[in-house]
Design a protein. Structure first.
Length: 93
């Protein structure tokens, strides 16, 4: 049986793929293995989980991204659904 707290978390590699930052989950795992994903003041590992309110810093493509996790989804959906899972914290000058 899944507790509400467990349902509000998701493996970081899965979340990055569901939120459409990486084309495949394997690419998200490779970024994690390379130490390119940070949250809560440390480099994350494949087994780490994210929850709403976490702030992630990572490289996606050629951009450095800083986003706040605003939701968790059980599966990958369309781009509009993915966009509702995060808030961009980049503040242009």
């Amino acid at each position: 049986m899944t507790t509400p707290e467990a349902a509000a978390r998701q493996r970081v590699d899965m979340w990055l793929w569901v939120a459409r930052f990486y084309r495949t989950r394997a690419l998200a795992q490779a970024a994690l293995s390379a130490g390119q994903i940070r949250a809560r003041g440390r480099v994350l590992d494949k087994g780490d989980q994210v929850r709403a309110g976490d702030v992630l810093t990572f490289v996606a493509g050629s951009r450095l991204r800083t986003v706040e996790v605003t939701g968790i989804a059980p599966r990958r959906g369309d781009a509009a659904a993915a966009r509702r899972l995060w808030r961009d914290l980049y503040d242009p000058v």
